[in-house]
Design a protein around this ligand. Structure first.
Ligand SMILES: Cc1cc2nc3c(=O)[nH]c(=O)nc-3n(C[C@H](O)[C@H](O)[C@H](O)COP(=O)(O)OP(=O)(O)OC[C@H]3O[C@@H](n4cnc5c(N)ncnc54)[C@H](O)[C@@H]3O)c2cc1C
Length: 384
């Protein structure tokens, strides 16, 4: 969908559009043909990460001195938009990018040099493990604990709903490293998973949607982690680090939400143009025209706000409240618009072979993860 008056925005430079053409080709050959198979096996093929890494698509917003492509969040946006355009939710590059940002912004020089090139090439797949079976919204209540013993930490606990969990080689684990209550005792540990005794990946969870994404339980039983695995090298800073980096994650979720809204409007208009009801195209019914006019208007309003968010993030001035607003509003909108669009497909809208049905199932979690939308409202309300 092309909202003409407001394009191009500052982040859509000719370079970015050139990059988009490259990403589109990659998605058409390496992602789209495999989606059904990935949904069945519940994860993408491991080689996909290496292929994307070889083309510089895994670390577009990481400096080249750490193996990245010297781009910014606009490049990341293109990747998310192009994956959304083919309805892909399996290739969780956003989570991988979030791990990179944690290390880039919060890591020690040694941690950046050790991990960022491997994450850029796809040699390592990243995951972030905050949520525990006992709760995800209340991050200060984490129970996973790391105790210092000599030159290493001993990690014990369980995490759940971890995206990229099955394939992850590097997991950023939120753990309690101190006895202080609440936020102060929390640190982020960089845990390499390969040949790590005591580390166990549970089952890949059966989900309502996003079936090709490997969302897992992770278990840590006396897992030994080197002393220098604490992100940034200093304990007790984990909560602060999470709060600092969550706006990036929430903006990426908003980017995928708006891309999905735009796709829903497009595919529904295409369908309504072809589908005949009462002897004329469905699109000629006033209700159809009004529903899609509403949806298209909302899509453009969302896009206009989102573009400002992307610019702010690219320029390093995105604040937590605005990112929460973006995540809250665009994901609510995504579910609302897709539901309205699905209705126009009639019974076909309920059939998974129609993309709108898959989009409906995939969308629902957007209001839950990355901080439930109720938590977004709490964060926004604190700024009143
Ligand atoms: C597909 C998927 C992928 C995920 N990927 C990851 C990942 O990669 N890493 C990770 O760490 N986590 C991940 N999560 C977990 C996700 O972030 C949590 O599910 C989410 O934060 C909510 O936590 P919870 O499920 O424990 O719900 P709870 O914390 O039990 O909350 C349940 C509900 O209670 C309400 N609620 C909670 N607190 C408040 C409040 N203060 N005020 C008002 N209402 C409230 C909200 O409606 C909320 O949805 C993923 C989840 C899913 C489903």
């Amino acid at each position: 969908m092309a909202p003409s008056t407001f394009q191009p925005t500052s982040w859509r430079t000719p370079d970015i559009e050139e990059y988009r053409a490259q990403v589109r080709r990659f998605v058409a050959t390496e992602v789209a043909p495999h989606q059904q198979r990935w949904a069945k096996q519940q994860h993408v093929d491991r080689e996909l990460w290496n292929k994307a890494g070889a083309l510089g698509m895994l670390a577009s917003d990481v400096p080249s001195e750490y193996g990245g492509s010297d781009g910014n969040v606009a490049h990341q946006t293109v990747m998310i938009e192009e994956l959304t355009a083919v309805g892909d939710t399996a290739f969780s590059i956003s989570v991988h990018a979030i791990v990179q940002q944690y290390i880039l912004k919060q890591g020690t020089e040694e941690q950046k040099r050790r991990y960022l090139p491997k994450l850029a090439s796809g040699e390592m797949v990243g995951a972030i493990a905050m949520t525990e079976p006992g709760g995800g919204s209340d991050l200060q209540g984490v129970r996973t604990r790391a105790e210092r013993q000599g030159d290493h930490w001993v990690l014990n606990g369980a995490k759940t709903f971890i995206s990229n969990g099955f394939l992850a080689d590097l997991v950023v684990v939120v753990a309690r490293t101190g006895t202080e209550p609440g936020a102060r005792g929390i640190s982020l540990l960089l845990v390499e998973t390969k040949d790590r005794p005591g580390y166990r990946v549970g089952r890949v969870l059966e989900k309502l949607g996003q079936k090709g994404q490997d969302t897992c339980e992770l278990f840590f039983e006396d897992v030994h982690v080197p002393a220098d695995a604490v992100l940034g090298g200093e304990t007790g800073r984990g909560f602060y680090q999470l709060m600092t980096e969550l706006p990036y994650e929430r903006t990426l979720i908003a980017i995928s939400a708006v891309a999905a809204v735009e796709r829903a409007v497009q595919i529904t208009a295409d369908y309504a143009r072809e589908r005949m009801v009462f002897g004329k195209p469905l699109l000629e019914m006033q209700n159809t025209r009004f529903v899609l006019a509403d949806a298209k208007t909302k899509a453009l309003v969302a896009r206009t706000f989102l573009d400002r968010c992307i610019e702010a993030l690219a320029e390093g001035r995105m604040d937590s409240v605005t990112a929460s607003m973006a995540k809250l509003w665009t994901t609510d909108l995504q579910c609302e618009v897709i539901d309205d669009c699905l209705q126009l497909f009639g019974g076909y809208g309920y059939m998974l072979e129609y993309p709108i049905a898959q989009m409906y199932a995939d969308a629902r979690v957007q209001r839950i993860y990355g901080g439930a939308n109720e938590i977004m409202k709490e964060l926004i309300a604190r700024s009143l």
